[in-house]
Design a protein around this ligand. Sequence first.
Ligand SMILES: Nc1ncnc2c1ncn2[C@@H]1O[C@H](COP(=O)(O)OP(=O)(O)OP(=O)(O)O)[C@@H](O)[C@H]1O
Ligand SMILES: [Mg+2]
Length: 260
Amino acid sequence: MSKSSGTIYDDTRERVGPRADKSPVLEAREVSKSFRQGPVLLDVLCGAALSVAAGERVAIVGASGSGKTTLLQILGGLDRPTRGQVLVDGRDIHQLTERERGELRNRAIGFVYQFHHLLPEFSALENVAMPLLVRRAPVAEARKAARELLERVGLGQRLEHRPHQLSGGERQRAAVARALVTQPKIILADEPTGNLDGANAESVFGLMLELNRERATSLVVVTHDIRLADRMDRVYEIEKGRLSERLTPPLRRGESYTGT
Ligand SMILES: Nc1ncnc2c1ncn2[C@@H]1O[C@H](COP(=O)(O)OP(=O)(O)OP(=O)(O)O)[C@@H](O)[C@H]1O
Ligand SMILES: [Mg+2]
């Protein structure tokens, strides 16, 4: 299965823009964000537009401080844009009430961060089950789903480990499992391998790509690593507040990106 879907993705990678056969699961329209610091207004994003189709893999690259995290937070409904719209599964997430926004986030989006953000006092199993328990799923069902996903990410022998008893790579795998346990349509990942050494980064990133193929979950990954970005379907770059799509994957242009 993964071989054949790999072929499909390799074929579609050459296309420009989201695949025509699928409506976007995530869309940003003319998103701007300014921060006011005393008398100074800092324009971080100016009219950013982005569209992600179901199952698509998109990278966002840019220098440190260019606004990647800000954009991801706005896409996930965790921060408000100064102007513009973000449609998650067709709904304008910033027009919803706090409660509705939380529900849409919990249902449709999984987050993976550079730092795992697992809760230290809970086991791997409890951490991964947590998003289901938050939506009031029965405990037995939540634990079963968490166990299956931890087995899938190679942590079947680590279910009762606390985060401090896991290695860095294992913690990120658990964080990936936690993001996927609700079967979200979209994973938003901010430098998910930024804290890992080369081999671990490769293994966690490879796992995310495999799970994206298996589950047709869209993947939006902020990364400094151009080799990782190059393995996605499309690459957006933020520069001087502007978001633009790179029509030719960077490595194929013989470029090495040195964001930070
Ligand atoms: N809450 C805030 N108040 C004021 N300025 C902010 C705030 N959040 C971010 N900024 C500024 O916005 C700019 C973009 O920050 P952001 O964290 O999005 O960058 P980034 O591209 O993710 O950088 P990095 O690669 O270092 O993580 C930075 O100059 C930052 O100082
Ligand atoms: Mg950042």
